[in-house]
Design a protein. Structure first.
Ligand code: GLA
Length: 395
């Protein structure tokens, strides 16, 4: 923590003259335990916030200009834009925070004419890992804008607003899972969220005998790059076919049994497999939360593996990198559950590994992965943490 505060303070001083009076905010990253690619199909998801995330030091500068700097991308320098240019894209990482400012304005939260801020961002979420660094920046930005300008926004509102900014400003047709998990995160708890209604409950996720280990494939991925939006389109096409025989609001409204009786009307076999994934993944998520509530971690782990298989064969978003990590994890000792997490197409897997087996897991999965793809994976044992907060200020 001190190290992060030092980076923020030094960057404020170097880029904006001083750090005095700046407030420091934090928003977490997230990992999804189960319930993948169903937050846009009216399904249930089960993510949690992490203790790693994104930080910002923020101070009003008394002008009409926003000045943003990322200590993760020093080469890109300070990005500046006037408050009356929110409609214009920067074509850089700054479009995530700018999109949030834009969305706030659409919602009637207009910054004062002298509402410019000097902002230093710094994140310790591994880049491109699929642990939602973009949603973390969005929720962080909405949080400090709300606090700085007294908008009084709550977590659920912030999650919806940030999803909207990602959909409409950044052109990624994502669901609400990431923004919700981050804005509503709670230490040692996973969030059981019904994405159709936004009803949610916190489920204790404390593992005295095991750790959550993220294996990052280090394969670069781009959500906006077509495949994600394509999957959404395939699910929508399947839903439209189902609606020719009976009204179905969302794929995840169907049980696997109901789906089996109706699936024949889906014209395209690829779309039928996409829909099958959505329906069965929703059922697995309900079962997994049940298992956890009963204290049956092994059953939870088995469902995680079934989720990966479904994402691999029916939804086809894993790819050789994530499958290599998955297979190596299944072969390693002490692995309770493992699966790809997030959007897929690269990114990372999440595994639940017995404490005494973590070192051997990293070694054996690391070696198998290198052999399969020719470069290294990165491993992180992570902890479940709280949502966004104002954590410090510089005197
Ligand atoms: C990305 C999106 C989420 C969700 C996941 C897949 O992380 O941002 O909304 O769809 O992929 O579960």
């Amino acid at each position: 923590m001190n190290e992060v505060l030092n980076i923020l303070k030094t960057s404020m001083e170097e880029r904006f003259g001083s750090a005095t009076g700046a407030d420091v905010f934090f928003a977490p990253g997230r990992v999804n335990l189960i319930g993948e690619h169903i937050d846009y199909n009216g399904g249930h998801v089960f993510p949690c916030a992490l203790t790693i995330g994104t930080y910002a030091a923020v101070r009003r500068n008394g002008t009409d200009t926003m000045r943003l700097y990322s200590a993760n991308f020093p080469g890109r320098g300070v990005i500046e834009f006037a408050l009356d240019t929110l409609d214009e894209h920067q074509n850089s990482w700054a479009d995530y925070p700018k999109g949030v400012m834009w969305a706030l304005k659409q919602h009637g939260f207009v910054l004062p004419a002298d509402g410019g801020l000097d902002i230093v961002y710094y994140g310790n979420i591994p880049n491109g890992s699929g642990l939602s660094s973009s949603a973390s920046i969005e929720v962080l930005t909405a949080t400090f804008l709300s606090e700085t300008f007294g908008f009084g926004l709550d977590g659920v509102y912030i999650a919806r607003l940030c999803k909207e900014s990602e959909n409409k400003y950044n052109g990624v047709n994502c669901g609400i899972m990431d923004q919700f998990a981050i804005a509503m995160g709670a230490k040692d708890k996973a969030i059981f969220l019904d994405t159709a209604t936004l009803d949610y409950t916190y489920v204790p996720f404390v593992l005295p005998d095991a750790k959550i280990v993220i294996a990052c494939s280090n394969k670069k991925r781009g959500l906006a790059d077509s495949e994600y939006n394509k999957r959404r389109g395939e699910c929508e096409a399947a839903l439209a076919d189902l609606n020719t025989v009976r009204p179905v609001k969302a794929l995840c409204d169907l049980t696997p049994e109901e789906f089996e009786t109706l699936a024949g009307v889906i014209q395209d076999p690829v779309n039928a497999r996409r829909a099958k994934h959505a329906v069965t993944e929703n059922a697995r998520t309900l079962q997994a939360v049940d298992a956890l509530n009963r204290g049956d971690l092994d059953a939870f782990g088995t469902l995680m593996k079934a989720s990966h298989d479904s994402l691999r064969y029916d939804f086809e978003v894993t790819g050789k990198e994530l499958d290599a990590l998955y297979e190596a994890a299944c072969a390693a000792g002490g692995v309770i559950g493992t699966r790809m997490t997030g959007a897929g197409f690269g990114g990372c897997t999440v595994s639940i590994v017995r404490n005494e087996c973590v070192d051997a897991f990293i070694e054996s999965v690391g070696a198998s992965y290198r052999e399969a793809v020719g470069y290294d994976a990165s491993f992180y044992a992570v902890n479940v943490g709280d949502g966004p907060a104002n954590i410090a200020s510089f005197a």
